[in-house]
Every structure is written in structure tokens, then in C-alpha cells.
Unconditional design. Structure first.
Ligand code: ATP
Ligand code: MG
Length: 474
């Protein structure tokens, strides 16, 4: 049953010495021991990987303790509930687990776990390419145990479940998202049978926690070309279950033969464009969210056709609740995404002729230190296939950026705070915290952004006195 083809893994020196030592300790304890799963896969694909999974037929915790002693490491962290142990060896995290057999009961999400053979252990793994085992014992060092032809699937770039897809996905529906995540990360195809299995089991995703779903979603988003994953999520019918607001971007309506662009696929193009330029997860989220307000603001006008007026503000308004629902952070990262959604149309308006310095200063002030990211998003948002138009739009943004640089050099707006604080206003007029303080402070800020006065303490101070007179405070 087992295919014992020779491995073609090349370890570097520190990996090899660590794994050989684990093998020698396993020999001493008389434990059949393997390197398994993602690490074997990534090594064969020559991808970087720091998480080493070790499986042994027998007491994995004992093995991990012995390895820690011989390596002079702190004792392993033991996860009793899972029967696993973890040690940190230099740059590597090594997880030890005993080979196990899992049986699932229809009415429960939790499997019944029993000790098992290596083969049992390989059977419970999600995909053929994740079930490869590389022998670490001295007599069989380097033998690859590949019962499901995972190496062939690796060569052909195919994701396939080891057992029938229906069994694998019903046992643990998260695996459907993992399949799509691996397809996106590795640029692999999902085998037809496996893909059909996902379509069939898609409803079952509802028993998986939002945290685990979002972890996979973020891994899709961080892949080189995230549209691969999102197109699959759409194809199998998972996107509407895990991220309905995004699914609503899909589709084109027609009135009098006039359609608009499909905003799902447009968004994916923007996401890929951003991903090509930046690895920042939150900038990528801003790309996903930038048009999220479009379905709610879509109107048809006989004269001008389809409009999405206000989708920037509506999208910004939707951002906190979507982040909350997806269990994404609600801190400054959400605020950053929200800010970019809110401002994503503003640079377009700055490409019009006769733009005033004050309009540029305002955007610099509002975007603050996120202005470069905002411009990246805007450039990524140009998805026209017409090369002439594309060049022209990009050139327009170059002009805007030049102007911004000029103004920034002159006025230093990016990290700017108005030259007079609320405390100073209270001091000067001998008043307590009040609405008046806010009005004066805001008026100073507006006057500087509008260019009515220079960005200097002196001019701001006399402006403040005039404003206070006007308000009858002095
Ligand atoms: P990555 O580390 O890039 O997320 P990985 O394949 O190493 O990818 P891990 O979550 O680290 O994924 O899991 C290690 C191994 O455990 C996998 O390669 C696979 O064999 C197995 N595994 C993980 N999650 C599951 C699951 N939900 N169902 C079945 N097997 C799984
Ligand atoms: Mg891993």
C-alpha cells in the first residue's frame, strides 16, 4: 500500500542536524518517527517554513521531553487536550504529536481520538499534499511515505482530499476554506471531485467559528494573487456564507440595455493590483472594502446611467460592523481601512483642472500619514482595459502627487497639529472647557487649511483674537 519513493528534500545544515538528532532520540526510545505535513510539502516546493511537525507512533510527549533535555532547551509546552507538545529550537517551532485515528460522529463536531498507526494518521489529514511523511529513524532515514500520491499532486499542482471529499469536508468543514487557501497561496488547482465536494458541503461551514474562518480568509488575502481564492470562494458558493457584504458586489443590473461593471470582479482586480505593490494586510483589506457601499447606493438615472453616489461614506460607515462580524480588530487597523474607504474618491477630484492648494492641503490633513497608502489604493483602482485611459489616469495622479509634495514641503500638513491648542485658548481668554474653545480651535484650523492665514503661530494668534472679538468673548 505504501509508496516508498525516495525523498528529494534538501535540508540546510541546522535543519538536518536537528532532524537527525530527533531521529536518533526516537531510535533510542524505539519510536517510529516522521516529519509530516506542511513542512514536508513546503520543503519539496522549496518554500520557507519554520513550523516543523513531527509525528511518532507512540508517546510523542516523552519524545519531546527527551529532545528538550538533549538540546538543553526549556521543557516542552504540553497541550494536554490535544496530546501534543511543542519546543522552540532556535528559529524553529517543533510540534510533536502521536499518530492518531479520528472518528467523527455526525452529531458532534469533536472527533473521537484514539492512538493509531501512521496510516491512520495520514488518513485524517486534509489533502494528499499535506499527508506526506518523511522517515526520521536511522534505518529508514529519508523514506517518503506517500499513500495518496501526494508527490504526484505536488508536481501537477493539485489539491485533492485523501479520502472521499464528502467525508473529509463533513468531518471538518474548515478544510473547504483550507483547500481554497492553498489553491490561492500555491497557485494550485483544486481537483474537480474535491471542488464538487466543496460545493456540496458549503452549507456546513456554519459550524466553524468566525475566528478560524477569518484566519483562512486573511491567508487568502495575503497570497500573491488573492483573486484566485476569492474567485473560488464565489464559484463554490462560500463567499455569501462567510462574507455576505462582499458577495453583494457580484452581478450586473441592466436598465434600457445599460449595465454597470461587476463590482465583485472589479474589487478583485483592485485587490490584486494592491497585492502586487504591497504586503500590508490592512491596505489589502482597504482594497476589498473600497466599494463595499456600492450595492446600497446604486441608482439608475435616465440621463447619466448608473450612479453610486456616496458609496465612499456609506462604505466607511459599514466598516466597523463588518470588522466586528468578521472578528477583525477594531483598533487603529480598522480606522485605517475606514479612512481609506472614506477618502478613496478624493484624489480623483484633485485631478481636475484648477485645483486649489487648499483642496490639496485638506486631503493631506485628513489622510495624514496614510496618504501614500491612499494614493496606492487609488492607482490600483484604475482597472480600465483601455491603455490610453490608464496611462492618462496614472499621469494625472503623478501630477497630484507632485503637487502634494510641493505643498507638503511648504506647509508640513501631514503630521500637522494647528499651532494653537485648546489649553492655550482657555488660558488666553480665561474660560473653561466649552463649545467656544472648540469653535475657535476649528476656525484656526480651517483658516490655515484654506490658506486665509499662514501656518504660523503669529498669524494664528492674531486670527484667534479677532475670532474671539467676533464671538463677543473679548
Ligand atoms: P500553514 O502552516 O501554511 O498554515 P500547514 O499545512 O502546515 O500550512 P498547519 O495548520 O500548520 O497547516 O497544519 C499542519 C498539518 O496538519 C497540515 O499540513 C495537515 O497535514 C494537518 N492539518 C492541519 N489542519 C488540518 C485540518 N483541519 N484537517 C486535517 N488536517 C489538518
Ligand atoms: Mg504549518
Amino acid at each position: 500500500m505504501m509508496d516508498l519513493s525516495q525523498a528529494k528534500i534538501r535540508f540546510n545544515r541546522s535543519e538536518e542536524s536537528l532532524l537527525k538528532k530527533i531521529g536518533a532520540i526516537a531510535d533510542k526510545l524505539n519510536l517510529e518517527t516522521y516529519l509530516i505535513g506542511g513542512y514536508v510539502r513546503d520543503k519539496l516546493l522549496k518554500r520557507a517554513c519554520m513550523d516543523i511537525d513531527i509525528v511518532c507512533v507512540g508517546d510523542a510527549i516523552k519524545l519531546s521531553k527527551e529532545v528538550a533535555v538533549i538540546y538543553n532547551l526549556p521543557p516542552p509546552t504540553i497541550f494536554k487536550r490535544f496530546g501534543t507538545a511543542m519546543i522552540k529550537a532556535g528559529e524553529f517551532e517543533v510540534e510533536f504529536v502521536g499518530a492518531r485515528k479520528e472518528s467523527y460522529n455526525k452529531d458532534s463536531r469533536k472527533p473521537i481520538v484514539q492512538n493509531g498507526s501512521l496510516e491512520d494518521d495520514q488518513n485524517r489529514r486534509d489533502f494528499t499534499i499535506n499527508a506526506l511523511a518523511f522517515s526520521l529513524n536511522k534505518v529508514s532515514w529519508g523514506k517518503m511515505l506517500d499513500p495518496f500520491r501526494g508527490i504526484e499532486d505536488l508536481k501537477n499542482g493539485v489539491i485533492r482530499t485523501p479520502l472521499s471529499p464528502k467525508v473529509t469536508f463533513t468531518d471538518d468543514p474548515l478544510r473547504m476554506l483550507r483547500a481554497i487557501r492553498f489553491a490561492s497561496q500555491l497557485k494550485f488547482d483544486i481537483s474537480l471531485e474535491t471542488l464538487n465536494g466543496i460545493k456540496e458541503c458549503a452549507d456546513r461551514i456554519e459550524i466553524i467559528s468566525q475566528e478560524r474562518i477569518t484566519t483562512e480568509l486573511n491567508k487568502i488575502i495575503l497570497s500573491d494573487k488573492p483573486s484566485i481564492g476569492f474567485k473560488l470562494l464565489h464559484e463554490v458558493g462560500l463567499i455569501e456564507k462567510i462574507f455576505p457584504a462582499m458577495a453583494r458586489l457580484r452581478g450586473v443590473d441592466y436598465v434600457n440595455g445599460k449595465g454597470h461593471k461587476d463590482n465583485y470582479f472589479h474589487t478583485l482586480q483592485v485587490l490584486d493590483n494592491v497585492a502586487y505593490k504591497s504586503n500590508d494586510l490592512w491596505l489589502r483589506w482597504a482594497a476589498i472594502m473600497h466599494d463595499i457601499g456600492k450595492p446600497k447606493t446604486k441608482r439608475f438615472n435616465n440621463k447619466i446611467g448608473w450612479t453610486f453616489h456616496g458609496h465612499d461614506a456609506v462604505g466607511a460607515g459599514m466598516t466597523p460592523s463588518i470588522f466586528r462580524k468578521l472578528k477583525l480588530p477594531l483598533d487603529h487597523k480598522m480606522k485605517f481601512v475606514q479612512k481609506l474607504v472614506r477618502l478613496h474618491l478624493r484624489p480623483i477630484s484633485l485631478t481636475k483642472e484648477n485645483i486649489t492648494d487648499s483642496a490639496i492641503r485638506r486631503l493631506l490633513y485628513e489622510a495624514g500619514e496614510d496618504i501614500d497608502q491612499l494614493m496606492m489604493l487609488c492607482e490600483a483602482d484604475i482597472t480600465t482595459k483601455n491603455e490610453g485611459k490608464q496611462k492618462r489616469y496614472l499621469a494625472n495622479y503623478e501630477l497630484v502627487k507632485e503637487k502634494m509634495n510641493e505643498i507638503e514641503e511648504k506647509d508640513h500638513i501631514r503630521n500637522w497639529q494647528p499651532p494653537i491648542s485648546g489649553e492655550e485658548i482657555m488660558d488666553v481668554f480665561n474660560i473653561g472647557p466649552s463649545r467656544e474653545v472648540g469653535i475657535i480651535k476649528n476656525a484656526i484650523k480651517e483658516a490655515i487649511l484654506d490658506g486665509d492665514i499662514a501656518n504660523s503661530y503669529k498669524e494664528a494668534h492674531s486670527f484667534m483674537l479677532n475670532k474671539a472679538k467676533e464671538m463677543g468673548i473679548i
